[in-house]
Design a protein around this ligand. Structure first.
Ligand code: FCB
Length: 482
């Protein structure tokens, strides 16, 4: 079971001064939400006809997940969603990003449909709409059906068709009610962590598997977009999401660190978005990417781009890069925050809100960039346990507030950023790190499944209340800028 976290001394908390703003500063059309993912919250992984996914299998492998934890129960969202949506509505959060578990609706990944799984997502969508919450659906948040992994998974080019079949199914069933769709969640992470480093499902450790998965995921993000476009009503908004981190060289006057940073940027920030935008893979800055051509077929170049309506930017930190002779092909290494004497989170990620601004700038700088939405941003800190119905989490609130300040800065400069989703609604199963990192605006006591809104959640609620609802005294919170 999850261990409880201990509070850290105040000196640990980020010092970034929070920007002063209120909801209205972002404009009436800005979308405010919270984000989640199926395997991290649902539990009930083998219920009502659901097939196993690669995460159901991966968590059973010894030593892969901190403390041997797994998403078997997680937040029991599969059963508790009505109460959780009530809570979200009470917090006044108008948009919810969640993912569907592919193997809940297609237990073998393709072919036979599990009606109970489809019904579940239909009820969830209707439950959102009934409460005035707009659903944003991610098709693939890392939980490939295990049956497809047994057929090669992302290393098998057939995955492009499998994903399109799944996209078509959900779009036909839910397209009349879900206005926002995302094809993939962070392809760099599930290809890199899952196929090269072996620290995420499916746990492969091979450059060949990584390159094959990369090309197929890049094709699948575009083909999945086309499958959605063909099946969704006109006006549906189709996006896909990308992990990204602002990168700086360890020594700015050191040409080898600067070159290493450029290579790392090609790999970590540009690899999937550039083919989607019709720019091809960033091979000029990372020569090993030429090997991706081994997995290509005639005509692939024309299939990689797709005219997404929005790009999901997901940012948590920055990275400091140094040349390394020990990392073949990339010749770069990331210097851990704890070795740099900077504040960092439970994940070991440096607290650096400006990273979000720089990444929005980088994504917006592509000539044909569509609108941007921050589809994930947040932080895990060692929250104290609930006391008298409260969880005091000033570090998270300060981080979110500082990041929103950076989003506002981007908007004020005219960058096309239209929305912001805090990761995450509730604490949840944080992949290989298990339950220890707590990212939620809402605390979950896993043994009892009790929810407690954290102070950061109350702050978000307060921020989201419309100006009209605020009393004169409340208008000063958060401090108003004009
Ligand atoms: C992102 C993932 C999300 C969550 C956060 C902390 O990379 O998309 O599921 O784990 O990190």
């Amino acid at each position: 079971m999850p261990t409880s976290d201990l509070a850290l001394p105040p000196a640990f908390y980020p010092t970034t001064s929070p920007a002063s703003f209120c909801r209205a500063d972002f404009g009436a059309d800005f979308r405010w939400g919270v984000a989640s993912a199926a395997y991290q919250i649902e539990g009930f992984g083998d219920c009502e006809g659901k097939g196993p996914s690669i995460w159901d299998a991966f968590v059973t492998r010894r030593g892969r997940i901190r403390g041997g934890e797994h998403g078997g129960a997680a937040c029991e969202f599969y059963r508790r969603w009505p109460a959780d949506l009530d809570l979200l509505a009470a917090l006044g959060v108008p948009h919810l990003r969640f993912s569907a578990a592919w193997s809940r609706v297609l237990p073998a990944g393709t072919g036979r449909v599990n009606q109970a799984g489809l019904d579940y997502y239909e009820q969830l969508v209707d439950g959102c709409l009934a409460r005035g919450i707009t659903p944003w659906l991610t098709l693939y948040h890392w939980d490939l059906p295990l049956a497809l992994e047994r057929r090669g998974g992302w290393t098998n080019r057939a995955v492009v068709g499998w994903l399109s079949e799944y996209a078509d199914l959900l779009a036909r069933r839910l397209g009349d009610r879900v206005p926002y769709w995302m094809v993939l969640n962070e392809p760099m992470v599930f290809t890199g962590a899952g196929h090269l480093l072996g620290v995420h499902a499916p746990g492969r450790r091979s450059l060949g598997a990584f390159l094959a998965a990369t090309h197929h995921a890049a094709l699948a993000q575009a083909e999945g977009g086309r499958a959605l476009r063909a099946a969704l009503p006109a006006g549906a908004q189709i996006g896909t999401t990308f992990s990204c981190s602002y990168l700086t060289p360890a020594r700015a006057d050191h040409p080898r660190d600067v070159a290493a940073t450029r290579r790392a940027d090609a790999l970590l920030n540009r690899l999937f978005v550039e083919p989607a935008l019709g720019l091809g893979y960033p091979m000029a800055d990372l020569p090993v990417l030429r090997w991706l051509e081994r997995y290509g077929l005639a005509g692939d170049e024309a299939r990689l781009p797709f005219a997404f309506d929005f790009l999901g930017v997901q940012n948590y930190t920055r990275e400091v890069v140094r040349f390394s002779p020990w990392v073949p092909l990339l010749w770069a290494t990331l210097i851990k925050a704890e070795r740099r004497g900077v504040p960092f989170t439970t994940m070991g990620w440096e607290v650096f809100p400006e990273s979000l601004y720089y990444m929005l700038r980088q994504f917006a700088s592509y000539p044909n960039a569509p609108r941007l939405v921050v589809t994930e941003n947040g932080a895990a800190f060692p929250d104290p346990p609930p006391a008298n119905g409260r969880v005091t989490d000033p570090a998270r609130q300060a981080y979110l507030q500082a990041c929103l300040g950076q989003v506002l800065r981007a908007r004020r400069e005219g960058l096309p950023v239209d929305g912001y989703f805090a990761w995450s609604f509730t604490d949840n199963f944080e992949w290989a790190e298990g339950y220890r990192p707590r990212f939620g605006l809402v605390h979950v006591d896993y043994p009892t499944q009790q929810r407690t809104v954290k102070d950061s959640g109350r702050w978000y609620q307060q921020l989201l209340r419309s100006e009209a609802e605020l009393t004169a005294a409340e208008r000063h919170f958060p401090a108003h800028s004009h």
